[in-house]
Design a protein around this ligand. Structure first.
Ligand code: ADP
Ligand code: ADP
Ligand code: ZN
Length: 216
């Protein structure tokens, strides 16, 4: 199954994508995680991307298109993929269509996780990350031991772009550049809205119901 997980920053894409990828045995591709790994390793790409990310801006389309073109053709995507954080602009969606057409792996469904802005701000400001990719929330999804990752024992940190000033900029960028993709995918009848306001488990079940009925 080939899935795009769509939604504003803080909607729960990463949280759901990890569980869904395991449950359906498909690859989880998070462009945010790929970019952060490059920033951490100090690659040329990472040095360039960091400037945009820390300001809450999008990294240029051509950079992301290049990343996705390489990643989607890796052998682990053969059984399906779950895109998380891509596409974020119309040109990115157009490029994706081209790439997927060539490799013969079209998108089956775009899941649009809906959460009101006020709740997004609370989720983003309380988010804590681990360098292993796991994410937590200080109140809604706390680790067993404060400040420590359940999975790897690593020390949790707050993303620079989850600080208040940058969060509001990210939500504005989402509204201006990313939200138009809702119409784009709904016009081709592959968009399904998901109520993202429940618990992590209830959102997961909602998504599984949609995906299981698609698979039949
Ligand atoms: P979130 O999960 O909070 O929505 P991500 O981890 O997906 O954030 O992305 C973090 C940052 O990485 C974005 O604010 C942006 O700067 C950059 N980024 C990630 N994916 C893309 C993309 N598809 N296009 C442009 N920039 C991206
Ligand atoms: P995204 O990848 O869309 O930016 P995340 O999955 O990183 O979002 O979730 C953002 C924050 O909200 C994290 O701190 C996460 O633990 C928390 N979170 C995720 N899903 C829920 C939920 N259903 N209810 C409450 N908090 C959630
Ligand atoms: Zn960890």
């Amino acid at each position: 199954m080939n899935i795009v997980l769509f939604g504003p920053p803080g909607a729960g894409k990463g949280t759901q994508a990890k569980e869904l990828a395991k449950h359906y045995n498909i690859s989880h591709i998070s462009t945010g995680d790929i970019l952060r790994a490059n920033v951490r390793d100090g690659t040329k790409l990472g040095i360039k991307a960091k400037e945009y990310m820390n300001k809450g801006e999008l990294v240029p389309d051509e950079v992301l298109i290049g990343i996705i073109r390489d990643r989607i053709q890796q052998p682990d995507c053969k059984h399906g993929y779950m895109l998380d954080g891509y596409p974020r602009t119309i040109p990115q969606a157009e490029a994706l269509k081209d790439i997927l057409g060539k490799v013969g792996k079209p998108i089956d469904v775009v899941l649009n996780i809906e959460v009101p802005d006020k709740e997004l701000i609370g989720r983003l400001s309380g988010r804590r990350m681990c360098s292993c990719g796991e994410s937590y929330h200080m109140m809604f999804n706390p680790p067993l031991k404060q400040g420590i990752c359940d999975v790897c024992g690593g020390k949790l940190y707050q993303r620079d772009d989850d600080k208040e000033e940058v969060v509001s900029q990210r939500l504005e960028v989402y509204a201006a550049k990313t939200k138009p993709l809702i119409d784009y995918y709904s016009n081709i009848n592959i968009l399904v809205n998901i109520d993202g306001t429940g618990t992590v488990e209830s959102v997961f079940r909602q998504i599984c119901d949609v995906l299981d009925s698609h698979q039949k």
